[in-house]
Design a protein around this ligand. Structure first.
Ligand code: SAM
Length: 298
């Protein structure tokens, strides 16, 4: 049973949490098992830099079902942003995502609450990109409280923007997700554009993921809840209808929901992690049924 001391005080959940911030390093490792450009290099450089912080290769076994999802959500987000034709992108809670360095065509603002990760990712990016390529902006921004929003907007031009995040909503209750949604809306109201996120975690999605391995998924949720001191299951939307009520009716977005499979062809991490062909097929199909949301105003 998880001890839910942080659950008692909702405002406490919105203070920066080292335990939540540290999850970004795990995702770097999981993404390095895919063919996402620069994912392996970012992982190597992060590991070298993080040596003194005691970072260790994360628990692989219980994470196996979601590793290809990390690849699918990254690629599906890219696909929707590219399709929209925007020329600038703001990523919230970006951790060590290599999207900025991989898309030099965008005026890219890589934002994070965790200053250490932000500094490290800026150093890693400087080492990887060519001298001809312009650097993404790296800006400290809290995607729930909005602290730092002026610095983010100072990097943008007066033209449509793509706002995105992956992997932060699992750690927050609905009232905090609503604040993030309203921040995304503030960008769209000023610049136009779209808000793209694969972060809408519902019980339906968890049930889908559990087709791959119910016990592994339960174990991962237990480990993550314990590690972050948050009851992650209590933060799940019941179903899409509940999430549509929040982002559509309350915040005012028009919503289009896509499956990952409709946007992404190959999930390269699947055969790396699942050697049995039947299992690999089930995982591939399951991840491709998971969803990503595109939201716009009027
Ligand atoms: C699971 S990691 C995902 C990182 C990255 N999006 C990725 O997919 O690799 C969660 C990230 O959310 C960031 N985060 C959590 N709360 C945040 C907040 N209120 N504002 C900005 N970033 C936040 C953490 O610092 C951490 O980097």
């Amino acid at each position: 049973m998880v001890t839910l001391k942080h659950q008692l005080d909702k405002t406490d959940l919105e203070k920066p949490s080292r335990a939540v911030q540290s999850t970004s390093a795990d995702i770097v490792y999981y993404r390095s098992l895919s063919d996402i450009p620069n994912a392996k290099l970012v992982e190597e450089l992060m590991r070298l830099g993080a040596g003194s912080n005691g970072w260790q290769t994360p628990n692989m076994e219980s994470a196996r079902p979601i590793i290809p999802f990390m690849e699918g959500r990254y690629k599906a987000t890219d696909a929707l942003l590219m399709r929209s034709g925007v020329k600038q992108v703001v990523e919230f809670a970006a951790g060590f995502v290599p999207r900025g360095m991989n898309n030099p065509q965008w005026n890219f603002v890589h934002t994070e609450q965790d200053e250490d990760a932000l500094r490290q990712m800026r150093d890693i990016t400087e080492r990887i990109i060519s001298h001809q390529q312009s650097m993404p902006h790296f800006v400290r921004f809290d995607a729930v409280t909005g602290e730092g929003i002026d610095s983010v907007m100072a990097c943008l031009r007066e033209e449509p923007v793509g706002v995105t995040h992956e992997g932060m909503f699992r750690y927050y209750p609905n009232q905090s997700k609503e604040k993030t949604g309203r921040l995304a809306k503030a960008f769209l109201e000023r610049y136009g554009g779209l808000y793209v996120t694969p972060d809408i975690w519902t019980w339906q999605r968890v049930e889908l993921l559990r087709r791959i391995d119910p016990e592994m998924d339960r174990e991962r949720s237990r480990i993550l809840s314990e590690r972050t001191g948050r009851d992650l299951a209590s933060f799940l939307f019941k179903d899409n209808a509940e999430a549509i009520e929040l982002f559509g009716s309350r915040i005012g977005f028009g919503i289009e929901i896509y499956t990952i499979g409709s946007l992404v062809g190959n999930l390269s991490a699947v055969p790396v992690i699942f050697k049995d062909p039947d299992m690999a097929k089930l995982v591939d199909e399951t991840i491709k049924r998971m969803e990503i949301w595109k939201m716009t105003l009027g």
